[in-house]
Design a protein around this ligand. Structure first.
Ligand SMILES: N[C@@H](CCC(=O)N[C@@H](CS)C(=O)NCC(=O)O)C(=O)O
Length: 227
């Protein structure tokens, strides 16, 4: 019998491996931690040439998409998908409903990264760079504040929030460095350690794409690399 759940994620350029979408990686990590492996199928989708079957499932054409074939439910948003998975599989507890200070400490990073990378006005670059650095500093400050009781954001095991932010931080590392020569400041030591620990965990490694996929992904937006 086919597994009950289908999880559609962005494919890499080979069409088969996982691609760079951080929202897809969030769901992929979360599903692996929650759903028994024989109950879901991971389906990489070529989003530059979306198959009609995928578009009929999600006419908006975005990934990730989660399909519960038993209940005829289709969900096309990473936060809603993890909430749905949590309802079905409450254990292990990945602190799905956490709404404390770590949420605010993480929330601005990806929007500020996107604004910095997509900007076409060189005079705005310094302020956008600074805005990204401020968000990273916010997360570093949270990590140093003792709010975190372990090596991940909330405790010593991976939480839903880690699944959300670790893939985005990798985009900062890879894309901001490649396009803007931006590096996460060394002085943000708590953040550097968190990223190192987070990226070494098994579920992150199992779901991560190659660096070149992140660069190709952002290149689709017509980004210009600084000299
Ligand atoms: N809010 C959505 C965002 C998903 C999203 O932006 N996905 C991108 C890929 S990273 C996408 O599907 N874009 C459609 C396209 O490029 O055609 C979520 O959290 O799932």
């Amino acid at each position: 019998m086919a597994p009950r759940f289908n999880i559609y994620v962005k494919a890499a350029s080979d069409g088969k491996s996982v691609g760079d979408c951080p929202f897809s990686q969030r769901v992929n990590m979360y599903a692996r931690l929650k759903i028994p492996a024989d109950q879901f199928t991971l389906i990489p989708v070529d989003i530059s040439n979306k198959p009609p079957e995928f578009l009929s499932l999600n006419p908006a054409g975005t990934v990730p998409v989660f399909e519960d074939t038993e209940k005829n439910v289709v969900i096309a948003d990473s936060a809603k998908i993890t909430a749905y998975i949590h309802e079905l599989f409450p254990e292990p507890d990945l602190q799905q409903n956490y709404n404390g200070p770590a949420v605010e400490a993480c929330s601005g990073i990806f929007p500020k990264l996107a604004a910095f990378l997509k900007n076409k006005d060189p005079s705005a670059t310094p302020a956008l760079r600074e805005a990204l650095e401020e968000e990273l500093t916010k997360l570093d400050t949270y990590l140093q504040s003792g709010g975190c009781q372990g090596k991940y954001l909330l405790c010593d095991t991976v939480s839903e929030l880690d699944c959300s932010i670790l893939p985005k931080l990798r985009h900062v590392q890879v894309a901001a460095k490649y396009f803007q020569k931006f590096e996460i400041p060394e002085k943000l030591t708590a953040l550097q350690k968190y990223i190192k620990d987070g990226q070494s965990c098994e579920v992150f490694q199992q779901t991560a794409c190659k660096d070149e996929e992140i660069i190709k992904g952002w290149s689709r937006h017509g980004l210009v690399k600084v000299d």
